[in-house]
Design a protein around this ligand. Structure first.
Ligand code: ADP
Ligand code: MG
Length: 280
C-alpha cells in the first residue's frame, strides 16, 4: 500500500489528477492542496520503538546499509518469476557503489527494495540501524522522505510544478528546504535558466538533472540512483556523474548507483555485478 505523502509512484500522480483536487485546472487550486499536504507531511517524524529496530553495541562498525540474503520473486500470469536469489551487500557513509548487470538482472528491483518501495520475500535490509522490514507503511514513507533519496530511471518529475518547485519538493517533504543549497544545485547542474519552466518544456537530459537535483536537495543519507545518466551522451554523463559524486561527498551520504557503463562504474569506489539473481 502506498502511504500518505509518497512521492514515488503513480499513486502520487493520480492524486494530483483527481478532479476534486484541481477542479478548474488552476495552479491556485493545486497550490492549496499542495500546502495542506506539505503541512501534514512536514510534521515531526518519529520512528516508534519496535522490536525489529536493531541496537548495535558501540564497538561494532555501524554500516549505513546492510543487505543480507535478499530474495524476490514476482508473481506473474505465467507463474512465479524469481529475480533475486540471495543478495548481500554493505555500504558505508561516504562510499559510492556501482551496481551493474544485464538488462533484466534485477538492478531496479534491488534498488526499490532498498528504498522501501517494495518488500523482499526473504532477507534483511538494515538502513541506519533500522530493519526496513520491521517498519509499517508510515515508517517506510518516513524513511523515503527523510533518509533515502531515489533518482528514478523514469525521473518521476511532477508535471504541474515548475523546475524550481520540483527541485525543492523532496526537501520540503523532509523538512529540509534550503533555498541556498537548492540554488547551488541548480547552478551546478546547469539549470538556473530553466527554473521557471515545467518538466515537459525540458529535454530528457535536463529532466534527468532536475531529478538528481531534487534528490540531493533533501540531503538524504543514502542516495539510490537508477541509471541517472542513461539519457545523456557519454561525455555529459561523465560530467554529471562527477558532479553527483562531488555533491554526495559534500553531504557525506552513501551512493548506490545502477549503471550500464563500465567507464562510469570505474569512477566509483566499489562495483558489484548482478548475475542470475546473485552478486557475481
Ligand atoms: P533491471 O533493472 O536489471 O533491468 P528489473 O529489476 O527492472 O531489471 O527487472 C528484473 C526482472 O524482473 C525483469 O525480467 C522484469 O521483467 C521482471 N519484473 C520487474 N518488475 C516486475 C513486476 N512488477 N512483475 C513481474 N515481473 C517484474
Ligand atoms: Mg532497471
Amino acid at each position: 500500500m502506498a502511504a500518505k505523502g509518497e512521492i514515488c509512484g503513480s499513486d502520487y500522480y493520480r492524486r494530483l489528477r483527481r478532479p476534486e483536487s484541481d477542479p478548474a485546472g488552476t495552479l491556485t487550486a493545486f497550490t492549496i492542496v499542495r500546502f495542506r499536504w506539505l503541512r501534514a507531511l512536514s510534521a515531526p517524524q518519529t520512528f516508534p520503538s519496535r522490536p525489529g529496530v536493531l541496537r548495535l553495541s558501540e564497538d561494532k562498525t555501524i554500516m549505513l546499509l546492510t543487505v543480507q540474503d535478499i530474495h524476490k520473486t514476482y508473481q506473474t500470469a505465467d507463474g512465479p518469476f524469481t529475480v533475486l536469489r540471495g543478495i548481500d551487500l554493505t555500504l558505508q557513509a561516504g562510499e559510492t557503489l556501482a551496481l551493474t548487470g544485464e538488462s533484466g538482472s534485477g538492478k531496479s528491483t534491488l534498488l526499490h527494495l532498498i528504498g522501501g518501495l517494495d518488500t523482499p520475500d526473504q532477507g534483511r535490509i538494515v538502513l541506519q540501524q533500522q530493519d526496513i522490514a520491521a517498519l509499517d507503511d508510515n515508517g517506510r514513507a518516513a524513511l523515503r522522505r527523510g533518509t533515502v533519496g531515489v533518482v528514478f530511471q523514469q525521473f518521476n518529475l511532477i508535471p504541474s510544478l515548475r523546475v524550481a518547485d520540483n527541485i525543492s519538493f523532496q526537501a520540503r517533504l523532509a523538512g529540509r528546504h534550503d533555498p541556498t543549497w537548492e540554488a547551488t544545485l541548480a547552478d551546478r547542474m546547469g539549470l538556473t535558466s530553466q527554473l521557471r519552466k515545467y518538466p515537459e518544456q525540458l529535454s530528457g537530459g535536463q529532466q534527468q538533472r532536475v531529478a538528481i537535483a531534487r534528490t540531493l536537495a533533501a540531503r538524504p543519507r543514502l542516495v539510490l540512483a537508477d541509471e541517472p545518466t542513461g539519457n545523456l551522451d557519454e561525455a555529459t554523463a561523465a560530467v554529471v556523474l562527477d558532479l553527483m559524486l562531488e555533491l554526495v561527498a559534500e553531504t557525506g551520504a552513501g551512493l548506490l548507483m545502477v549503471t550500464h557503463s563500465g567507464n562510469l562504474a570505474n569512477r566509483m569506489s566499489r562495483r558489484l555485478h548482478l548475475r542470475a539473481g546473485l552478486v557475481a
